[in-house]
Structures are given as C-alpha cells and as structure tokens.
Design a protein around this ligand. Structure first.
Ligand SMILES: C[C@@]1(CC(=O)O)C2=NC(=C\c3[nH]c(c(CCC(=O)O)c3CC(=O)O)Cc3[nH]c(c(CC(=O)O)c3CCC(=O)O)/C=C3\N/C(=C\2)[C@@H](CCC(=O)O)[C@]3(C)CC(=O)O)/[C@H]1CCC(=O)O
Ligand SMILES: NC(=O)c1ccc[n+]([C@@H]2O[C@H](COP(=O)([O-])OP(=O)(O)OC[C@H]3O[C@@H](n4cnc5c(N)ncnc54)[C@H](O)[C@@H]3O)[C@@H](O)[C@H]2O)c1
Length: 234
C-alpha cells in the first residue's frame, strides 16, 4: 500500500537521529534545514566534522531514553540497532523511520528538490532510492529556477487578487488558473521575470475590465466593474 505524502512543520520540534554515517548525516541536514531541534546519537560522533551549533551531539551508544521528548526519530545505524530503535519508538509513541527497511518504520524520506517556495519530492516507497534521486534530478532540471520564480511572483500578486476580487469568485478563479499556466514559465525563460510580471498584470486588467479574449474554457465572462488595476505592475 502506498504511503501518505505529507509536509511536516518541524520548526522547533525535537528530532533524534541515531547513527551518523553518510545516511544519518543526510537526515540531519534535512532536519536542520526544516528548523528542527536535532539530537544525534553516535559513539563516533565526536570524530565527525563540524556541526551547526543548534545540533546536540550525544557521543554514546543509543539508549531508549534518547527518545524522550522527541517528535520524530530516524534510525540510521546498523540494521540490528535500527530494529531496536524502531521497537522503542513504537513503545514511546514516537514516529520513526528506518534507513534499513522501508516497511519497518512509520515513514520513508523522499528525494527532495527545493527552490524558493517550491518543493518537489519523489518517492519510490523503497523500490529504488537511487531512481527516486535520479527522477528528482530530471524533474528539477525541467522545472528550473523559472518555476520557482513564478511561484514567488504569484505569492506576491495573489493576495491582491483575493482582496480585490473577494466577491467575484468566477473571475478570481479564472485569473488564478490562468496565472498558473506553465506558458508563463516559457515566457520567463524567453524574456525574463519583468515580462511575466507585466503579462500577468495585463491578464488581470483585461479580466477585471471584462474585455479579455476568450480563454477557451467555455466560461462566461463575469463582466463589468472595470477597475484599473494594477497600477502599472512594475
Ligand atoms: C531518497 C533518499 C532520501 C534521503 O535519504 O535523504 C533515500 N535514499 C537515498 C539515496 C540512496 N539510498 C540508497 C542508495 C544506493 C543505491 C540504491 O540502493 O538504490 C542511494 C543512492 C545514493 O546514495 O545516491 C540505499 C538504500 N536506501 C534504503 C536502503 C534499505 C532498503 O532498501 O531496504 C538502501 C540499501 C542499503 C544497503 O545497500 O544496505 C532505504 C531508504 N532510502 C530512502 C531514501 C527511503 C526510500 C525512498 C524511496 O524509495 O523513494 C528508505 C526506505 C528509508 C529512508 O532512508 O528514509 C536518498 C536520495 C538522496 C539524494 O540524492 O537527495
Ligand atoms: N536509507 C538510505 O538512504 C541508505 C543508504 C545506504 C545505506 N543505508 C543503510 O543505512 C544504515 C546507515 O548507513 P551508513 O552508510 O550511514 O552507515 P555507517 O556504517 O557509515 O554509519 C552508521 C553509524 O551508526 C553508528 N552506530 C552503530 N551502532 C550504534 C549504536 N548502538 N548507537 C548509536 N550509533 C551507532 C556508527 O558509529 C556509525 O557512525 C546502514 O544500515 C545501511 O545499510 C541506508
């Protein structure tokens, strides 16, 4: 059965990573980037390179007490140790992921690409982690910074539409759907961000004025009420 994809808010939550080989270090990096308060347990930890100040290091063998107060745990030591961590976490009611067995824990970690407000994740549910990473790389290349740029621009412009067209749901939906069209990514690549900003502003002005050419969606215009907005989107 497939897992349930979710984006966790881990800011200021405590997360335990057991085992600091390359796999554990990758999990720590992801957790730190998400703002979690990370505790790592590995008897060899003090031999390891510099850690961000906020990471708490326990250079000792894992014990079940390490799970106290944790929101989440990652078992990234040997298979035997990981099985113990999973069993302890279950007893303690702490969600746990095992680096050695996709079916053993409560979650698996997908391959991730982030750019601005965009997050792309690919999971193979343990079928082939290397394939997940390779597909992530391919998809990230196809999206590129233009997609993230468009997302940032929409984050900036969208509240204005919601505020101005709060009572005109039909027009609002049409504008927001049109602004999400991938052709803006093509325009961004061809002519740059300012061209997209201008074009989105023009779309909006047309829609608000009720004078836009048909969008091919078969919907009636919600005409009238032509407000001159936005003042030049520069
Ligand atoms: C995506 C990524 C995220 C991350 O870890 O951050 C991730 N593994 C990555 C890389 C990777 N892992 C492995 C290789 C070697 C090639 C290969 O085996 O394919 C490579 C490739 C490489 O290193 O380039 C070996 C491996 N991995 C697992 C096992 C155990 C098993 O399968 O039983 C073994 C065999 C160990 C052995 O040989 O003993 C298990 C898991 N690995 C997962 C996630 C979860 C499933 C995700 C999914 O299927 O989608 C899961 C179930 C648990 C978990 O860790 O959450 C990260 C991409 C990093 C990036 O590039 O950003
Ligand atoms: N999920 C993945 O992406 C992935 C990828 C490769 C390997 N693996 C598996 O994940 C595990 C970790 O891989 P790795 O390459 O980082 O291994 P590694 O051997 O480099 O690191 C494991 C770490 O666990 C520590 N450790 C051992 N016993 C411990 C204990 N009782 N308490 C605390 N720490 C302890 C060791 O000191 C070591 O630093 C392995 O079991 C491996 O088979 C998973």
């Amino acid at each position: 059965m497939a897992g349930y994809p979710i984006e966790l808010e881990l800011r200021d939550k405590r997360a335990l990573v057991v085992g600091l080989g390359p796999v554990g270090r990758r999990k720590v990096a992801g957790l730190v980037a998400a703002g979690a308060r990370v505790v790592v347990v590995d008897p060899a930890a003090d031999r390891l390179a510099a850690w961000p100040a906020e990471v708490e290091i326990c250079a000792e063998l894992y014990r079940s007490e390490h799970l106290q107060g944790m929101t989440l745990a990652f078992a990234a030591a040997s298979a035997t140790v990981n099985r113990t961590v999973v069993a302890d976490a279950r007893r303690a009611g702490v969600w746990v992921g095992s680096a050695t067995d996709p079916k053993e824990g409560d979650f698996t970690v997908p391959a991730v690409w982030r750019e601005g407000p965009l997050t792309l994740t690919v999971s193979t549910s343990g079928a082939s982690p290397a394939l997940a990473a390779a597909l992530r790389d391919r998809a990230a290349k196809a999206l590129g910074p233009a997609a993230a740029g468009l997302a940032s621009l929409l984050a900036e412009l969208r509240p204005e539409v919601l505020a101005r067209l709060g009572d005109r749901a039909e027009v609002r939906r049409r504008i927001l759907a049109d602004w999400a069209d991938p052709r803006w990514i093509d325009l961004w690549l061809a002519e740059g961000p300012e061209a997209v900003r201008r074009a989105l502003g023009e779309r909006l002005a047309y829609e608000i004025a009720g004078s836009s050419p048909p969008l091919g969606d078969g919907q009636e215009r919600d005409g009238g009420g032509a407000e001159p907005w936005p003042a030049p989107l520069s």
